[in-house]
Design a protein around this ligand. Structure first.
Ligand code: ADP
Ligand code: MG
Ligand code: ZN
Length: 610
């Protein structure tokens, strides 16, 4: 696929070029005008030259006299004095009286040069601009400055394009899209049975899962024109232009049918038109959306125009868009599972030099919850690290390190912690790890480190599930909360003092405890009552409580007690194993990073004091 980008040199360049050309022409064509050297002399010099008949020609205007020597090679000027005999004197000197002697060119060519040519030049350059600007919009007879044009990029077939094989995982989405590609290639096959393709298909899923990539792959697989435009490109500065762009896009698509139109990030224009928003909401966006709806209804589905769109906020879309006959096919593009992550890593690893013994499944395991975009980034970071380390190819270590870089922020070795702080962080992290390990049903510890990250975390305990998890039991959530509180519990036990280092833990624990009550129905008080609805299925976090203030305060109380209970439990667990806590914290303090195996070895070894 080659993208035929319209020529988009900024307008400013045309201006700069035009001005330079104009200046150059000016100095080549009219050197006399800009370069004639006139020497200023005193009146006495003038009188003397007149006396000695050395003046060739002379011009007198308002307040100065311009004159030349006999062979007219030098120009002089002088001011006019109150001199009654001036004319007589000049007459006697045989000087030639002239008008505008300084211009040696004839009056006609002077007029041409100083008026006509510059005007012609300006007109010419202006027309050139208009043509260029017009072309940017896509047509010569476009609206003024081409503002109503869709600017959709047209993809044409070429061999270097993205194909379905470049998209790892997402089998379901690929199957559904393959059908659309097949329809565009052999519409007769479908017409025979009387099946009609959906006019539109909507790719929905979290950011970075490959929606845009999939659409590009469709373009690469289908042998038809592919128009691609982003929803935000419809949002225009001038009222009515968004709607005009939509009209133009569909006009082009109808002419090129069969073809595919892809609208990326459609939520930019497809948001719910809510009534009664101050001043009636965003009129411009609504007009654009209305135009889109009208166009989608208007065109003939059998003609072979398929509209693809992508969004990560399907719930924010106007219901009218999702009505049958518009985007009635929804193609979910979810975060990759373990196998999907392995495949994505492998696809991207092909682009870099990688050591042959790299264990992709181990890496995919540590990157649980990562999106395709993050995994692509992990591979790239690994390659960068390999270069930094002076290696020829990326190793397992590079890959594992870059998982942490991408997921937890860059390692920041130059951040200096005092020894006391470092010790506190060591106890804090070992607190997390030990609470996790001392409970059944919690994910094994993979790694503990007290090397600070740029993300702000001073330490980091990595736990990795043995298999993909889709459900969590109540006990598991409780264990997780107590693991999270384990950091602060260790600090309090050992130092009898607490620090600000637990801020992130507190936030996480609170979220979980609240979710247990309001979303998962795991409290005796409320049982299976939905107290909260999530507004954004994919972007997360954006949810609102749907209960009275009274109930809200009860939820808060209950959350406090859940966390309190787990905190006490964590403290008890650590108290019972205090010698191990000291031992492991000391070891971590000395080594800065320890693996899960080292950790378990010390934990399970017979205690020195037993
Ligand atoms: P979205 O549009 O869903 O936000 P993109 O399609 O822009 O995500 O994905 C960003 C990048 O992430 C892609 O260019 C690609 O490098 C990588 N990526 C995402 N998903 C996949 C996948 N399933 N297979 C291979 N690469 C992927
Ligand atoms: Mg995208
Ligand atoms: Zn912590």
């Amino acid at each position: 696929m080659e993208e035929m980008k319209p020529n988009k040199k900024p307008i400013i360049w045309y201006w700069i070029i035009a001005i330079i050309v104009f200046l150059l022409l000016n100095s080549f064509l009219f050197p006399k005008l800009s370069q004639k050297k006139v020497e200023e002399v005193g009146y006495d010099v003038f009188m003397e030259m007149a006396e000695e008949k050395q003046i060739g020609s002379v011009e007198i205007d308002g307040n100065q006299i311009t004159f030349t020597n006999k062979d007219e090679s030098e120009y002089f000027k002088t001011g006019i004095l109150d001199d009654p005999q001036l004319v007589e004197r000049l007459y006697k000197s045989d000087a030639e009286f002239k008008k505008e002697i300084a211009t040696t060119v004839s009056p006609v060519s002077y007029f041409l040069m100083s008026y006509i040519i510059p005007i012609l030049l300006a007109v010419f350059i202006f027309r050139l601009f208009m043509k260029k600007i017009g072309n940017r919009g896509g047509g010569a007879n476009s609206m003024m400055f081409g503002m109503g044009k869709s600017n959709a990029k047209v993809y044409v077939k070429s061999t270097s394009g993205i194909k379905f094989k470049d998209v790892a995982g997402e089998e379901e989405a690929k199957d559904l899209l393959t059908e659309i590609v097949d329809y565009l290639h052999k519409p007769e096959k479908y017409a025979e049975i009387g099946a009609s393709m959906p006019k539109g298909a909507l790719l929905v899923g979290p950011p970075g899962t490959g929606k845009t990539l999939l659409a590009k792959a469709v373009a690469g697989e289908a042998n038809v024109p592919f128009f691609s435009i982003s929803g935000s490109e419809f949002v225009e500065m001038f009222v009515g232009m968004g709607a005009a762009k939509v009209r133009d896009l569909f006009k082009q698509a109808n002419e090129k049918a069969p073809c595919i139109v892809f609208i990326d990030e459609i939520d930019a224009i497809g948001k719910k038109r809510d009534a009664g928003q101050y001043g009636g909401g965003n009129d411009e966006r609504e007009q654009t959306l209305n135009q889109l709806l009208t166009e989608m209804d208007g065109f003939d589905g059998s003609k072979g125009v398929v509209i693809l769109a992508a969004t990560n906020r399907p719930e924010a879309l106007d219901p009218a868009l999702l009505r049958p006959g518009r985007f009635d096919r929804r193609i979910p593009v979810e975060l990759p599972d373990l196998q999907g992550r392995i495949d994505i890593l492998k696809v991207h690893a092909q682009k870099i030099k990688i050591a042959p013994n790299v264990d992709f499944s181990a890496i995919a395991r540590t990157a649980s919850g990562a999106s395709g975009a993050e995994l692509a980034n992990i591979v790239n970071e690994a390659a960068l690290r390999a270069v930094r380390m002076g290696r020829k190819s990326a190793t397992q270590e590079d890959m594992l390190e870059s998982v942490e870089v991408v997921i937890a922020g860059y390692q920041k070795k130059n951040r200096v912690l005092s020894n006391k702080e470092k010790l506190t962080v060591a106890y804090h992290e070992v607190g997390h790890a030990m609470v996790a390990a001392l409970q059944t049903q919690s994910a094994p510890v993979q790694k503990i480190t007290i090397i600070p990250r740029t993300s702000g975390a001073l330490g980091y305990t990595m736990q990795v599930d043995e298999a993909e998890r889709f459900l969590m039991t109540k006990t598991e959530i409780e264990n997780k909360i107590s693991t999270i509180t384990g950091g602060r519990a260790a600090e309090e036990l050992v130092f009898n003092e607490i620090t600000t280092g637990a801020a992130n833990d507190i936030e996480q624990a609170t979220k979980m405890a609240r979710a247990m009550i309001s979303r998962y129905g795991m409290s005796e008080e409320f049982g299976m009552i939905a107290l909260e609805t999530s507004n954004s299925q994919y972007l997360g976090g954006d949810s609102s409580l749907t209960c009275s203030f009274e109930t809200q305060s009860k939820i808060d109380q209950k959350a406090v007690s859940i966390i309190q209970t787990q905190y006490e439990r964590a403290k008890d667990l650590l108290k019972a194993n205090i010698s191990k806590l000291h031992e492991i914290a000391k070891y971590l303090y000395d080594n800065e990073t320890i693996t899960g195996e080292e950790f378990m070895q010390i934990l399970n070894a017979p205690s020195e004091y037993a």
